[in-house]
Design a protein around this ligand. Structure first.
Ligand code: FMN
Length: 313
């Protein structure tokens, strides 16, 4: 399976491994790109030096294109925005905000900019400021989320813009890929399934939680502070949810959440860590290499698409 996004980016399969803070480093991104997808390094809240090191690691693993995800809320956003331009990274995806102020420099460096959007209005704005595609991410996904589901968001975004649309959120196998194509997307971005890739360096406790999760294992928290996230239910999320609806101050609530992603991803702390993952975690039940994941998904997608009319009379 190949789509216009493959030609645009020079990748074999129309699949992105989404940026994942504290998790998607040069090693995972390099492995995904080498397997024919688009691996994406997360610049998260790290500084320029960290990002340069991860870009170097990815380049040692592959000569194929890969991307960097820039969290626009990061205190280091300005400096990592410069690094991607200097390093001439092939693709930049952006999350948590509006990347307009960096667009000129990135486009001048020949970077393809593909923002993550959760609404039609943001997709339109991104097209206007020079994005070459958008990732429409539904609220089923892991990490920071919007309200609208993938099923409802993707067709509305594809109707609203002329640039290619990548669907994200709730896609875990070839059926999800085929469904995304039916909604008008030309590619998919997966996060949760890549958490259990063999090349993913997240703590083994994290992988085990994803492997054990069922269809109702996740919940969203954080609406009160304006940044809702989806993660696997555990003592931390349950307590956070309780505090969110209590009369503690916003500052105290923020302090409670501080460091929870690091504790989950790096330390595997099952009590006080926040294990970001999407609703599709219930279907993710084996560890595989990035190559096996990608090839399995697209073999299945091809079969599903070939049989797509079998119930239609
Ligand atoms: N998206 C971002 O734009 N920046 C991030 O730092 C980020 N961190 C994430 C961390 C985890 C553990 C997960 C599961 C997702 C994260 N995401 C982030 C979203 C993913 O890039 C991707 O869009 C999403 O996981 C797709 O939905 P899925 O989880 O259903 O596959």
């Amino acid at each position: 399976i190949s789509t216009p996004i493959c030609d645009m980016l020079g990748i074999r399969y129309p699949i992105f491994q989404g940026g994942m803070a504290w998790i998607s480093d040069g090693k995972l991104a390099g492995a995904v790109s080498e397997a024919g997808g688009l691996g994406i390094i997360s610049a998260m809240n790290a500084n320029a030096e960290y990002l340069r090191e991860q870009i170097k690691i990815a380049r040692e693993l592959t000569d194929k294109p890969f991307g960097v995800n820039i969290m626009l809320m990061s205190p280091f956003a300005d400096e990592v925005a410069k690094v991607v331009a200097e390093e001439k990274v092939a693709v930049v995806t952006t999350g948590a905000g509006n990347p307009s102020k960096y667009m000129k420099d990135w486009l001048a460096a020949g970077i393809k900019v593909i923002p993550v959007v959760a609404s039609v209005s943001m997709a339109r704005l991104m097209q206007r400021v020079g994005a070459c595609a958008v990732i429409a991410e539904g609220g089923e996904s892991g990490g920071h989320i919007g309200e609208t589901t993938t099923m409802a968001l993707v067709p509305q975004v594809t109707s609203a813009v002329t640039i290619p649309v990548i669907a994200a959120g709730g896609i875990g196998d070839g059926r999800g890929v085929a469904a995304a194509f039916m909604l008008g997307a030309v590619g998919v971005q997966l996060g949760t399934r890549f958490l259990v890739a063999k090349e993913c360096g997240v703590h083994q406790n994290y992988k085990n939680k994803v492997l054990k999760a069922n269809d109702i294992a996740t919940m969203s928290t954080g609406k009160r502070l304006g940044h809702p996230v989806r993660s696997i239910k555990n003592p931390y999320t349950k307590e956070y949810f309780k505090l969110e609806y209590s009369d503690i101050s916003d500052e105290e609530l923020e302090a409670y959440g501080r460091g929870s992603l690091y504790r989950a991803a790096v330390e595997g702390d099952e009590k006080t860590g926040c294990f970001l993952a999407g609703q599709i975690a219930g279907m993710v039940n084996k560890e595989q290499t990035a190559k096996e994941i990608i090839e399995e998904i697209f073999t299945q997608a091809e079969d599903v698409l070939k049989g797509a009319t079998k119930w239609v009379k």
